[in-house]
Ligand binder design. Structure first.
Ligand code: ZN
Length: 215
């Protein structure tokens, strides 16, 4: 399958992507992963990207598109790919449309994973992470609490709520998402590629995507 996955933080894009890759061997592609990959491989584009990243600057779209072009032609993309967190903006979506046309690749769908706001808030506000940087085990105070409250089962370090997972921070992240990324939903609706999937569980989302793909 060849999909773009759109969805707010906490909509479960990562979980859904993992479940979908297991179906047909498609690969999950995120901007962060391919940038790190290009830097590690020491390609010309990777070296250029590294310069921006070291300065703490955003890597320009033209460079990201160059790296994306190479990545989409790798052998493991032949079975399909799931773009996770890319494109993020309308200019990136336009550039991606051009790139796919150039490479002769046809997308199946742009899937918008639509999870009710209260479900996202509940999902992220109840998440706790082990404070030990080498462990970072993830818990959930409701569905998967550590055996001893506030203490990591694996390493005994304190289990904390991340600063970006408090209710205030999550509300802010959702607003930013709505402003910047939600316009992409309109973009893909116009191209006829949009499929909106509403679901409160990743299993339900995956089942709906499979049924739209006829698999
Ligand atoms: Zn731990």
């Amino acid at each position: 399958m060849k999909l773009i996955l759109l969805g707010a933080p906490g909509a479960g894009k990562g979980t859904v992507a993992k479940m979908l890759t297991a179906i047909d061997g498609s690969v999950q592609i995120s901007t962060g992963d391919i940038l790190r990959g290009a830097v590690a491989a020491g390609t010309d584009l990777g070296k250029e990207a590294e310069g921006y990243m070291k300065r703490g600057d955003l890597v320009p779209d033209s460079l990201i598109m160059g790296i994306m072009e190479k990545r989409l032609q790798d052998n493991d993309c032949k079975k399909g790919f799931l773009l996770d967190g890319f494109p993020r903006t309308i200019p990136q979506a336009e550039a991606l449309t051009e790139l796919l046309k150039k490479l002769g690749i046809t997308l199946d769908m742009a899937v918008s994973i639509d999870v009710p706001r209260d479900v996202i808030l509940d999902r992220l506000c109840t998440r706790r992470t082990c404070a030990n940087g080498d462990c970072q085990a993830i818990y959930n105070v409701k569905s998967n609490p550590p055996k001893k409250e506030g203490i990591c089962d694996k390493c005994g370090s304190p289990v904390v709520q991340r600063e970006d997972e408090t209710e205030t921070a999550i509300s802010h992240r959702l607003e930013t998402y709505n402003e910047k990324t939600a316009p992409l939903i309109g973009f893909y609706a116009k191209t006829g590629l949009l499929k909106t999937v509403t679901g409160t569980s990743s299993d339900a989302v995956v089942a709906a995507i499979k049924s739209s793909l006829g698999i």
